[in-house]
Ligand binder design. Sequence first.
Ligand code: PEP
Ligand code: MG
Length: 760
Amino acid sequence: MKDVPNILWLEEIRKEDIISVGGKGASLGEMASIGLPVPKAFVVTAQAFRRFLVETGLEKKIFASYDQLDVENNEALERAADGAKAMVVKAKMPPHIKEEIRKAYRKMSAEDLIVAVRSSATAEDLPDASFAGQQDTFLNIKGEDALLEAVQRCWASLYGARAIYYRAKQGFDDHTVNIAVVVQQLVHSEKAGVMFTSHPITGEPLTIIEGSWGLGEAVVSGSVSPDKYVFDQRSEKVIDTLISNKKVEIVADGDHGTKLLNITGPRQDARVLTDEEISKLGMYGKIAEDHYGIPQDVEWGIVKGTIYILQSRPITTIGNRKEAKSSSGQSNSARILIQGQGAAPGIASGNVVIIRDAKDTGKVKAGDILVTKMTNPDMVPAMRKVAAIVTDEGGLTCHAAIVSRELGTPAVVGTKTATSVLTNGQLVTVDGEKGNVYEGVIEVPAKQAQAIPAAVAASPVITATLVKVNVSIPEAAARAAATGADGVGLLRIEHLILGLNKTPGWFIANNKEEDFVRELHDGIKIVLDAFPGKPVWVRTLDAPTDEFRNMMGGENEPHEHNPMLGWRGIRRDLQSPEQFRLQIESFKRLWKEGYENLGIMFPMVSHPDEFVAAKALMKTYGVDVEKVTLGIMIEIPASAIMIEDFIKCGIRFASFGTNDLVQYTLAIDRNNENVADMYQPQHPAVLHLIHSAIQMCRAYDVECSICGQAGSDPKMAMWLVEHGISSISANIDAIAKIREAVARTVKRIILEAARIRDAE
Ligand code: PEP
Ligand code: MG
């Protein structure tokens, strides 16, 4: 907590700073670092917000104020939210934070710069868990005082009704969700909008761009039906253009806020983007997607021909269609009442309830069809209950459409006239894939055809060398499983624990061991359930002390000169047996529940004695160590060199953690950009260690794998297959290409062997 300043500039931020700057801030920092045109900005960090809560004494008061809240009770929810927000807005910001914000603002420009002030919740933008639109944004803020007020209002919006509701429903612990505030030069866009770098439902490489006149808020909030363009990344051509009738635009309103204007005359039906602009946006989208390794949802704006990228976050729903249902054949003959864009797949029938004001959402009952002018994040509590959603306005990429996809609620948006054509109480069927609303109930076949996840469809190859997947957050388990991977080669539990925002030591010191064990158990179980019958190797805790520092209990973490070489991995667990025991306790429960596919992997081992000691401790905790699968990471040259001794001590598998193995072999800090170009996983010394360890594992028939980033590089994968590795565990996005590389290499080896045989 002490170490992270109140203010961080965009240039200083990397994605690893997500805990301090939120998803939005981290993503902007990353984008700036790869040269995308991001307007200048600084972030008021989550730590500044925490300091504000602590120093004003609000921390305890706020949570106590809605501790017993039933979030399904609309009135109580609104009351609790209003109370909590008022506390934050009325509190006096500590002078040191105030002064730093003022100073940063002055540093941005000699004159008062017009800025956008955006909230960025720090669990935000995780794949599969979008907080889209849950917190506030203030546009067109000018002057230090207005800025300070906007920052405080952003903080307050963490306790808005929809935000509290959404977090409760998604299982986030409110005590641990923080908020950072991004202060960014406002781009007075002449035209703006959003883009999905790949198709949000099928995952195809089709970039979908929605754009309209004025600031992007009009598109994002669904106030306007935007133009829609489809850019094919394969042919690099615009393959579809849909020009909409654009009735309104949002523009800056003097020094304060924004205003909604009617668009008149030919601009209403004029095309917003040129082909050249679409191609450029498509290119930026691809750069962002390649960099993050996952399709992005990007906001952009254009001023005098210059494109700005305003924010980017992962699309949350590709391959995650648990509720998705395909349309029935019978729907073809049914009467279509109204059509729009299919925004969230699935089919549902129910009675129409038309909502003209978010305040009326109390009328909505479970199973209704919510019909409204525009989808709006304020309606999330109602959206959760209803069977489907239909709107007059809005596009595929408006925030509420994203949320409805994540909630798994079928949605059709942009119908233009649903609120006037449909009537209250009318029985209808909504097809969220085709974008149709039918009269009456349409029969849907009992067994729904499951949507084919994009990654699997792209790569139906079966390989002899197993291709597994790495998982870091349980929310990604479904997407990971959808790749068809042969198991999980690395489940890092650090992210699960970092998400709790309390160190293991805090749980122990506060007698909350059971909470820790349960959280760990529940998180791992999600992943195990996604991979039935396939091996899932869970790694025991490996977080360097500096990563724990910002969490509750982090003040007790030692200050280490070099945390990378410090108290982490198995060496720390062996010296903190209580911390180790709690992890083992959660594994024990899972084994007891029948998850025999759970294997345990020890990180940062440097001597077989450590493996033996860990195994002995597990035995004292009641684990039948000869029955369960235990293995090690090879991250330290010592463990590669001594692999035969490890094998003799009974490891069942070994997995190369090349991220560390490279840094420890070459003495190159993996996080230091000054020496980044010397960080070479294919350095002969690294390959030598890997090669000799693979040979030893083969000789003893012990599974040898890789779970470091190098395993997601097809070239490295080919080399590893040639040298006899048993399995490769790659990132979700890399599975298809790694599987292809592995298959090709295996075929080549077989062919070469056959040719040699023929020649003999
Ligand atoms: C590695 O070191 O390669 C590895 C997978 O572990 P981490 O990146 O978590 O250190
Ligand atoms: Mg490592």
